[in-house]
Design a protein around this ligand. Structure first.
Ligand code: SF4
Length: 283
């Protein structure tokens, strides 16, 4: 029988891991991109784009995002306010895995229209938030609002950039966007605050690395990184940190992103790892 986590032991180790990575290695993450801008308007636009494109190899994510922000100029929010939707020369032939230039431009155009209608992405998100324990239905509503601005049928690229988290997949990128926007501590941006926005409603953004490490720590027993696994892991973290369960995500995700804890016989730095004493896979 598989064991559940010993929270009395796990809590201090996660706290140590979090402290170790606090504010460290922003260069290793797409969150670097919204941090380049000073205004909340630019940051929310670039954060949405950076999280939506945060799939694939880190190097290719960065290359694609450099191209996108170059096309949008020094103030992406202002650029979108004035943009008439004509194809952007700097995005000609853009491809990021299965997302192509027309997909990306359709989403840019949707962001522009939604911001015009609601004033900001924060306001648009807040209006569609029905409340509840987490933001899954609110994310559904927000992405549906953006998709409604794009002519159907929607391409695979558009549906991938604007998914419906309630369908059951982990939707790491959507929950990552919210972590960036709702948390104000450490590296996160804290732009979606007030009202129903509270870090206690965030879910752990579960990619393959974070899911794997979550299983090592007993936070989930599920073999698949899906919505149920994310809710399960978050529920355990909430018992340790009720107001900020995903505050550990930055540190946990560094282990995979920086190749400090890879799968199987891959590279692992267990000896120096802060959660070694509570990890079932520690060497
Ligand atoms: S102790 Fe080793 S296997 Fe466990 S999380 Fe740390 S690096 Fe990974």
């Amino acid at each position: 029988m598989k064991r559940r986590p010993n929270l009395a032991l796990l809590g201090p180790r996660l706290a140590a891991l979090k402290a170790e990575w606090s504010g460290q290695r922003l260069d290793s993450d797409p969150l670097l991109f919204p941090h380049r801008y000073g205004s909340p308007e630019d940051r929310e636009v670039v954060a949405l784009l950076a999280s939506a494109l945060a799939f694939g190899r880190v190097a290719s994510i960065k290359t694609s995002l450099e191209r996108v922000v170059a096309a949008l100029g020094p103030s992406p929010a202002r650029f979108l306010e004035a943009w008439d939707g004509t194809p952007l020369p700097l995005l000609e032939g853009f491809v990021h895995r299965w997302v192509r230039q027309p997909d990306l431009e359709a989403v840019l155009s949707a962001i522009a229209r939604v911001r015009r209608a609601h004033g900001s992405l924060r306001e648009a998100f807040a209006k569609g938030d029905p409340g509840g324990d987490d933001f899954v239905l609110a994310l559904d509503s927000f992405h549906a609002l953006l998709r409604a601005e794009i002519a159907e049928p929607h391409s695979h690229g558009v549906r991938f950039l604007l998914p419906s988290p309630s369908a059951g997949t982990a939707c790491k990128r959507a929950h990552l966007f919210l972590r960036w926007m709702v948390r104000s501590e450490d590296v996160d941006l804290g732009l979606f605050t007030g009202g129903l926005f509270t870090p206690a409603r965030l879910l752990l953004p579960l990619d393959t690395h974070v899911h794997r490490i979550a299983t090592y720590l007993g936070l989930t027993l599920r073999p698949t990184a899906d919505l149920t696994a994310s809710r399960e892991a978050t529920a355990w973290l909430k018992l340790i940190s009720p107001e900020d369960p995903v505050g550990y995500d930055w540190a946990l995700s560094r282990l995979g992103i920086l190749a400090l804890c890879l799968r199987g016989d891959g590279r692992r730095d267990c000896e120096r790892c802060a959660v070694r004493t509570v990890c079932r896979e520690a060497a």
